[in-house]
Design a protein around this ligand. Structure first.
Ligand code: CP
Length: 311
């Protein structure tokens, strides 16, 4: 059992919680490798996928994870619900909750929306990404991918690089890595760094080239073009020249160091194709891990015992 009722942020997770999620995800990764990829672990449970902002990876992996756990799903988007007729989100949640659902998965443009849902239902809530705030299930799949690669997380040197100011990924990933004993450095251009020297207790630098040779993991953040007000960067080409991970920079990485990116990628901006598709890239492993880790989170939060994982 996890120490939290809902998965809203990674700050609330203990090292034991994270280890449980990653270990349980391993069992589900084995299920996902079978020809029949289904277990009865959440049979009879009802899960609502409330996606109020576009998503490819998170939405499809949650839907697949629910099917593979034998849960019943209800898919809702902002434009197809009565929110467009002026109904408040609180009323929408109370309405759906009155149908006796067990869990809400919520992706929202507005930070704090998953927390608001917890205040309007007794069902379990998972944050599938809210504004610039948090993306905890992304962090769990990232940790799973990194741990599978190195066999451990403690002591690893990880650089999280790019659009720190607008990223919910860094908001979840940096604290989770710290909890698991990794050594995190935040790297970004001056317009994307955060004016807080104690942010997550991680050092921040604008000098990407100086940190590359020391890192075990270089985690490139997507430049959040849709979340910017005004011109924070001169051009895609200039950003790529100063902060993009291209083949020349990647050639200065440790031999066994890996590259991660949460997707979707701006190829030619924060990452170049020769790196995104190279042997050291773990980007598609991250996508695969998304299904197994989300299965683990739903299973553990709905009180799963070992009652069907092996079926
Ligand atoms: N990484 C991520 O959250 O991707 P999607 O927006 O496609 O879900």
């Amino acid at each position: 059992m996890l120490s939290v009722k809902n998965l809203i942020d990674t700050n609330s997770l203990t090292a034991d919680d994270i280890t449980q999620i990653l270990d349980t995800a391993r069992s589900f990764a084995e299920v996902n490798s079978r020809s029949i990829k289904k277990v009865p672990a959440l049979r009879g449970r009802t899960i609502v996928n409330l996606f109020l902002e576009p998503s490819t990876r998170t939405r499809s992996s949650f839907e697949l994870a629910e099917k593979r756990l034998s849960a019943d799903s209800l898919n809702m988007g902002g434009s197809t619900s009565s929110v467009v007729k002026g109904e408040s989100l609180a009323d929408t949640i109370q309405t759906i909750a009155a149908m006796n659902v067990d869990m809400f998965i919520c992706r929202a443009k507005l930070a704090g929306t998953p927390q608001l849902i917890t205040e309007n239902t007794d069902a379990v809530v998972i944050n599938a990404g809210d504004g610039k705030h948090q993306h905890p299930t992304q962090a769990m799949l990232d940790l799973y991918t990194i741990r599978e690669n190195f066999g451990h997380l403690d002591g690893l040197k990880v650089a999280i690089v790019g659009d720190l100011a607008h990223s919910r990924v860094v908001g979840s990933l940096a604290p989770a890595l710290k909890t698991m004993g990794a050594d995190v450095t935040l790297v970004g251009p001056p317009t994307f760094t955060v004016d807080d020297p104690t942010w997550f207790g991680c050092p921040q630098t604008c000098d990407f080239d100086s940190v590359i040779p020391d890192m075990d993991v270089i985690y490139m953040l997507r430049v959040q073009l849709e979340r910017m007000e005004g011109a924070a960067i001169p051009s895609r080409r200039e950003y790529n020249r100063l902060f993009g991970l291209d083949g020349v920079r990647a050639s200065r990485m440790k031999e066994d160091a890996i590259v991660c990116h949460p997707g979707p990628m701006n190829r030619g901006m924060e990452i170049n194709t020769e790196v995104a598709d190279a042997a050291r890239s773990r980007i598609l492993d991250q996508v695969s891990a998304g299904v197994a880790t989300r299965m683990a989170e739903m299973y553990l939060l709905l009180g799963g015992e070992n009652n069907g994982i092996d079926a």
